[in-house]
Design a protein around this ligand. Structure first.
Ligand SMILES: Cc1cc2nc3c(=O)[nH]c(=O)nc-3n(C[C@H](O)[C@H](O)[C@H](O)COP(=O)(O)OP(=O)(O)OC[C@H]3O[C@@H](n4cnc5c(N)ncnc54)[C@H](O)[C@@H]3O)c2cc1C
Length: 318
């Protein structure tokens, strides 16, 4: 089997499918996730053998200098419009203190190192075309070995596969900018949401001794320091306690805009039906899922692969 993409979804898929080969378009190890990585369960830790830390996360909303411990439609809608330009339900509604499992900051690198040592990742193989017999990349042509798991953004698939999807979809997204800082003597886990429209930061997370601040897309370099000071204030921190990195990281597809649910499913279905391509991960299924959900989807994909085409239709219909 081939897996398209060596992001975290592709790596997890490869660990569950020990003979699969990953084809990654980037010329070297991708480092796509510049943020905290929290899980709802330990399942992926158990699967990968990489220890996660159990943490308690406290959350709050900060608006015009005050904290709020409950969300309301005004905050929720302002926040959603700010991050995706549309009104939809976002994580700001969930402010309960929750238990989470924190992956180490080098989680992705460790997965890649393991797969590389097994000779299962090839870089610089950007897929240009997939037929029912072969995978064409900018460099090579690979003979297909059964189904393909794709973690590439679904918006590229019409071009790569030549499938004529009946309706075209605007897979809208916004990049985000993140900036990280080191906080002296901290071991807490807190997230603050900032729904205020004029303030370019929408969320910040203090995780142990690291603070990660997320800005909406834009050029914020001029007043960056002032914005960061406001964030520190909301955490009750002083400038002397934190050392921020100088540069922003651009997180491509940081926020994806939801699309019509029937059309979304139709795209995923057609890819499997016509070319036995199984879509996996946030950008391949165009839904704001977490990596915990990726594991559930992988088990479904395994069932689909093992079934014949009649059974496949039944599983997918569920
Ligand atoms: C600020 C922030 C915080 C987050 N926090 C969490 C969290 O706490 N927990 C959690 O579970 N998730 C979290 N997420 C989501 C998580 O980052 C994503 O779900 C995850 O990184 C997506 O991984 P992926 O492998 O699906 O996609 P990607 O990382 O994008 O991997 C896809 C790969 O496919 C490759 N590719 C694309 N096109 C081609 C092609 N044509 N040919 C070959 N290769 C190709 C790309 O180069 C890329 O490496 C967060 C996201 C953000 C932005």
């Amino acid at each position: 089997m081939h897996i398209i993409g060596a992001g975290m979804a592709g790596c997890i898929a490869a660990i569950l499918n020990p003979t699969a080969q990953i084809l990654e378009g980037a010329p070297e190890r991708p480092d796509n996730h510049k943020a905290v990585l929290r899980f709802r369960t330990r399942e992926i830790s158990n699967l990968t053998g990489i220890e996660f830390e159990t943490i308690k996360v406290y959350k709050s909303i900060y608006y015009k200098g005050l904290h709020y411990s409950e969300c309301n439609p005004m905050f929720a809608n302002m926040y959603s419009a700010k991050v995706v330009g549309k009104i939809s339900n976002r994580s700001i509604w969930n402010l309960d203190c929750v238990e989470r499992f924190l992956a180490p900051s080098d989680f992705h690198k460790r997965l890649l190192e393991r797969l590389e040592s097994e000779g299962r990742v090839t870089y610089g193989e950007k897929i240009t075309h997939i037929s029912d017999t072969a995978i064409h990349t900018t460099e090579d042509i690979f003979e297909r070995k059964g189904g393909i798991i794709s973690t590439a953004p679904i918006g590229f698939m019409p071009k790569i596969t030549g499938i004529n999807f009946k309706e075209s979809v605007d897979f809208g997204f916004k990049n985000i900018l993140t900036i990280q800082g080191i906080v002296k003597d901290s071991n807490v886990h807190q997230t603050i949401y900032y729904p205020e429209v004029e303030f370019p930061i929408y969320r910040a997370t203090l995780t142990g001794c690291k603070i990660i601040v997320e800005f909406k897309e834009g050029d914020w370099s001029e007043y960056k320091e002032l914005y960061l000071i406001e964030v520190l204030k909301s955490f009750g921190l002083y400038e002397e306690q934190v050392e921020f990195e100088k540069d922003f990281h651009i997180q491509k597809f940081g926020k994806i805009s939801p699309i019509n649910e029937d059309l979304r499913k139709r795209y995923i279905f057609d890819l499997t039906d016509v070319l036995e391509i199984y879509s996996l991960g946030r950008f391949a299924i165009w839904k704001n899922i977490l990596l915990d959900d990726v594991l559930d989807d992988l088990y479904t994909i395994q069932k689909l692969i093992q079934s014949n085409s009649y059974d496949r239709k039944k599983i997918r219909a569920k």
